[in-house]
Design a protein around this ligand. Structure first.
Ligand code: C5P
Length: 417
């Protein structure tokens, strides 16, 4: 299982069947297999005859360190029932690529090769089925394919969607298989507990940038990593997530809606009108307290006199406090980056902002880093994440964000009970 300090081995202990049906995307499945194994999964590969036209079983055997299954009539299993054994031994079955023909056969409940037989024979509660479709854009858009996709989804398969762009046939459009990294993320997300299923979550992240003139401005060292980890963890937990991000160089977590802003005022304008429509608001952004009172529209120049420009400041609106003061506010979670006396400052900040949960961390020990140590402060007291944080224990930000989702879900449930 995943541990606090090692979310890179996010599939450790998971037993997977990776099925390949025939399509040019099979070449990407070799890379996917490598990523799954690297993430700690134990992977058994099953290929259709079509798949073996595109990539050899030898490649997949070498990467999985297991013999590949190809045929219903494979006599290696003592009971001669590979389709039963494989599906009983797996935590999930991922078919990548899932060709148009393979999805059509699944929709009909056919079982004329080992992979489709395996899909039909699996106990759905014990061995969920995930499909990564891959095909030409016309094949994907065809009503027959869309009908079949809807049917297999209604029958309980999780269809992971398709990518868009250039296709092997030279055409451009929807239907590409998701990239191996995206499929890995989808699989990791699939195994996370759905503690926020159906909830709407609004998150701020990153620094803000307050312009002085067209080329300069005031910002801070926030990298946005904690906020982006929170957005990813919220989505993995089943929530519908909107992320309002200051200027950061981070990719948008899969399935998260992102709104980019620069200044605190823009962040306020993006957040406050939307907040009431959300059940949870998490303010991880390091918002500038002040902005230059009036940004110059031309670059400020030295005039040789030795005099510095007289930049007056104006206070920025407090986004978190404004959301917490709404007539029917979402469940609000604030963050505090302090340099010392974390508990005292975090308690005071929770009171001042009027929020049920405040998460404290030490600024210099979190900005730009991949790990963190948190102090959770609510009306009942405080708790460390990870345990032993005050003795120096730390954990990676994604692992912490996942645990925070559990903490938020628990508090939200008791508030609405
Ligand atoms: O007041 P301070 O910046 O220390 O408070 C930190 C918390 O308040 C964070 O959750 C931050 O995102 C939020 N905040 C805000 N708007 C501001 C300042 C801080 O939402 N203008």
């Amino acid at each position: 299982m995943n541990t606090d300090n090692d979310s890179r081995r996010a599939l450790a202990g998971r037993r997977l069947v990776l099925g390949l049906s025939g399509g040019i995307a099979c070449y990407k499945s070799a890379e996917l297999l490598r990523l799954l194994v690297k993430a700690g999964a134990d992977v058994q590969v099953v290929m259709t005859e079509g798949a073996a036209q595109f990539i050899t079983p030898v490649t997949m055997q070498a990467l999985s360190n297991r013999e590949v299954f190809l045929s219903t009539w494979d006599a290696r299993a003592p009971n001669n029932m590979a389709h039963i054994n494989l599906s009983r031994e797996a935590d999930a079955l991922l078919v990548a690529p899932a060709s148009a023909d393979f999805i059509a056969r699944l929709a009909q409940g056919r079982a004329d090769d080992l992979l489709s037989l395996l899909c039909l024979a699996r106990p759905p509660g014990l061995c969920p089925l995930l499909l990564a479709p891959a095909m030409n854009r016309e094949m994907w858009a065809h009503p027959a394919t869309q009908r079949n996709v809807a049917q297999v989804a209604a029958d309980g398969a999780r269809v992971l969607g398709v990518g868009s762009g250039e296709q092997a046939c030279g055409e451009t459009g929807d239907g590409r298989m998701l990239e191996p990294e995206e499929l890995l993320d989808e699989l990791v997300a699939f195994f996370q507990p759905k503690v926020l299923a159906g909830k709407t979550v609004l998150i701020t992240a990153g620094p803000t940038f307050e312009p002085i003139d067209p080329v300069r401005g005031i910002t801070n060292h926030s990298s946005g990593k904690m906020g982006f980890a929170m957005a990813r963890a919220a989505r993995e937990a089943g929530a519908d997530v909107t992320l309002v991000a200051g200027p950061v160089h981070l990719p948008t977590p899969r399935g998260v809606r992102r709104i980019d802003v620069q200044t605190a005022q823009q962040m306020y304008d993006a957040v406050v009108p939307r907040a009431a429509a959300h059940e949870i608001f998490i303010a991880t952004a390091a918002v500038a307290d002040w902005r230059p009172a009036s940004a110059s529209d031309q670059k400020l120049k030295k005039d040789g006199s030795g005099r510095c420009p007289d930049i007056g400041f104006a206070e920025n609106p407090d986004i978190l406090a404004a959301v917490a003061r709404l007539p029917r506010p979402p469940f609000c979670v604030g963050f505090a980056a302090e340099s010392h006396d974390l508990l005292a400052h975090a308690r005071a900040k929770r009171e001042r902002k009027g929020v049920p949960l405040l998460v404290g961390n030490l600024g210099p020990a979190t900005f730009g880093r991949d790990d963190n140590a948190l102090l959770l402060v609510d009306a009942n007291g405080h708790a460390e994440l990870p345990e032993g944080a005050s003795q120096g224990a730390r954990a990676d930000k994604l692992a912490l964000a996942r645990r925070l989702m559990g903490e938020i879900a628990r508090r939200l449930a008791s508030e609405t009970a």
